[in-house]
Design a protein. Structure first.
Length: 360
């Protein structure tokens, strides 16, 4: 098993025993040796202001953290561990280290380096720091620094002017006799059969992240993702108009349902804060489908979105990836004035109770 996957499993197991989500474990780890402002915490955890406020507020209710005025800025607050929060953090850290040691106890002398890497990775993830060269760390959701030459480092690798996810870009025009009215999944499957799953998935990630132009002739035709509406928009040349430029992102998120790549996770998470409600709704549905637990706090923030369809998708997603701490958010949605949201909340709450095996 890959080191990062093994450590994620250890963290999830430890967190479940103490009713802590992965994101909350990381919050406590960051605060273990410091006080931090909300913006700093948001940068470490990849959360926007609204999601960060919700995460800290729920941790406060459990007496894990406390807020105090910043001595340097009267408008800002600093977050720190309470005595109870520090005790729980130390206990979790010890349990995680012990589990890693137990899981790797069978290693030979020549494999001890792997155990050291696992322990470092676990500590880095818990404390919210980079894991070191060559190891996966908590910063994978942050934009990378500019790379050398024509390329630039991003969440999904080094992208040059004519690369897509590190692969050479390939044009794929839509056949003139193609049935653009068929199910989107069928069109995506055909594109994958011609270009390869990875090429299409990376293309979708590039479109969603805004790195690739939707009408770039060096990349596949957008009609492979959006069908007849995309083909019509391409003919009219309106995909960059302010009232139309969200559609390529919507179609890219939808296509990732059928050609998923783990590299898309941080980009999908950021799509939950997209200016377009259609992108937010589609991304929330994908988070639920792919069970992207790292996006749970962003989903919780979307439960207050101004668009009912987005609220409904967010609440349904919380039923799939939420933890006990998110039950109040789901319960509040039971009183939503829009029936679709309230119905989604009923289903989500039942799913939460069943999945966590307790009443909420």
């Amino acid at each position: 098993m890959q080191l990062s996957l093994l450590v994620q499993r250890v963290l999830a197991t430890t967190g479940a025993e103490h009713d802590l989500s992965m994101i909350r474990i990381r919050l406590l780890g960051i605060l273990r040796d410091r006080r931090a402002g909300m913006l700093e915490l948001g940068r470490h955890l990849g959360l926007d202001k609204s999601a960060m406020t919700g995460l800290v507020s729920r941790a406060e209710k459990r007496d894990l953290v406390e807020r105090s005025p910043s001595p340097h800025d009267g408008r800002a607050v600093l977050v720190s561990l309470t005595p109870h929060g520090r005790q729980l953090t130390d206990r979790c850290t010890a349990e995680i280290t012990s589990r890693v040691t137990e899981l790797t106890g069978h290693l030979t002398a020549g494999q001890r380096t792997q155990r050291t890497q696992l322990t470092r990775l676990a500590t880095a993830l818990v404390r919210g720091r980079e894991a070191g060269p060559g190891q996966a760390g908590p910063g994978r959701g942050r934009p990378g620094r500019a790379g050398a030459g024509r390329g630039r480092t991003t969440d999904t690798g080094t992208i040059s002017a004519h690369d897509n996810g590190g692969r050479k870009a390939m044009a794929l025009p839509i056949p003139a006799d193609a049935d653009l009215g068929q199910h989107p999944g069928a069109l995506v499957a055909q594109a994958c059969s011609r270009l390869g799953h990875g090429q299409v998935a990376d293309w979708c990630v590039g479109l969603l992240a805004g790195r690739l132009a939707p009408d770039d002739p060096e990349h596949p035709s957008l009609a492979w993702l959006g069908g007849a509406p995309a083909a019509a928009a391409l003919r009219r040349g309106r995909l960059t108009d302010p009232d139309q430029d969200h559609w390529p992102r919507v179609w890219a998120v939808r296509a990732l349902r059928y050609c998923w790549t783990p590299a898309a996770a941080p980009v999908v998470g950021r799509a939950l804060a997209d200016p377009s409600w259609r992108v937010r709704e589609t991304a929330a549905k994908l988070v639920a489908l792919r069970e992207l637990g790292e996006a749970v706090e962003l989903l919780a923030a979307l439960a207050d979105d101004e668009i009912p369809r987005v609220r409904a998708a967010a609440v349904r997603g919380l039923g799939v990836v939420g933890e006990g701490e998110h039950a109040p958010v789901v319960r509040a949605a039971l009183d939503d004035p829009f029936p679709g949201v309230a119905t989604a909340a009923e289903t989500a709450l039942a799913e939460l109770c069943h999945r966590l095996d307790r009443d909420l």
